[in-house]
Design a protein around this ligand. Structure first.
Ligand code: PEP
Length: 253
């Protein structure tokens, strides 16, 4: 059985003081299970200080984005090497907000995925369809295109330390969650797509669900055989809400 990963994507929220308080709150209520891992992805400016706070704890640190470039004249960008140096373990790539608002193509996402791996960090690759795409029955085709862009560029073996997050765009921040069955359908499709390249990678990889996960719907989602945890937005901004989701995972191991 795969371990659960419950990851918080704080997006552009908080302050230095609020980030420290939220982190302390999470640390105070961590589930006592080796099979449930917790991760926070705060905004860039708080990573350094939080890395120090997390040293020696079981709470992992990740970034929400990274440059695909190693170094150079890329004003405002942050490299994977910088994130490694500061103490990050994970980096989210291809979040739908970045794909939609910052124009990140699947090719750019693939380059970011490889940049993360090149520094020994673990990418969390987000994939997901819009409402229009779901209604036009294009979900599988959209997911395949997003996944294949990375598989073709990086190879299936590169998924050894990676995590995939299925995040239907219509469920992000909307309060509208995919039903456990809807999510499971796509998760099993993703695992099968990966299995067609590497059975080994497919059976080991953690596939998270993201999209309005809360304490009261997490058990239903996490019970599904191909859902290995969650990427949590809104509910990761309060320690009690985030811990309720972690507790839901812990209740299933
Ligand atoms: C997200 O943005 O990754 C997300 C899943 O957000 P929310 O939980 O708020 O829907």
């Amino acid at each position: 059985m795969r371990d659960f990963l419950v990851a918080g994507n704080w997006k552009m929220n908080g302050s230095a003081a609020a980030s420290a308080e939220l982190t302390d709150g999470i640390l105070a209520g961590m589930p006592q299970s080796d099979a449930v891992h917790l991760l926070i992805c705060p905004p860039y400016p708080y990573l350094g200080e939080l890395a120090q706070k997390l040293a020696g704890t079981a709470l992992s640190l990740g970034a929400q984005n990274v440059s695909q470039h190693e170094s150079g004249a890329y004003t405002g960008e942050v490299s994977a090497g910088m994130l490694r140096e500061i103490g990050c373990e994970y980096v989210i790539v291809g979040h739908s907000e970045r794909r939609a608002m910052m124009g990140e193509s699947s090719e750019i996402v693939a380059a970011k995925f490889m940049a993360v791996l090149s520094e020994g960090l673990k990418p969390i690759l987000c994939v997901g369809e819009s409402l229009e795409e779901r209604e036009a029955e294009q979900t599988a085709a959209v997911i395949d295109a997003q996944l294949n862009a990375v598989l073709d560029a990086a190879g299936a073996e590169s998924f050894e330390t990676a995590v995939i997050a299925y995040e239907p765009v219509w469920a992000i921040g909307t309060g509208r969650t995919a039903s456990p069955e809807q999510a499971q359908d796509v998760h099993s499709h993703i695992r099968a797509a990966l299995a067609s390249r590497s059975e080994k990678m497919a059976s080991a990889i953690q596939i998270l669900y993201g999209g309005s996960v809360k304490g009261d719907n997490a058990v239903g989602l996490f019970t599904m055989p191909d859902i290995d945890g969650g990427l949590i937005g809104g509910a990761s901004l309060k320690a009690a809400d985030f811990l309720a989701i972690a507790a839901a995972a812990a209740s299933l191991v």
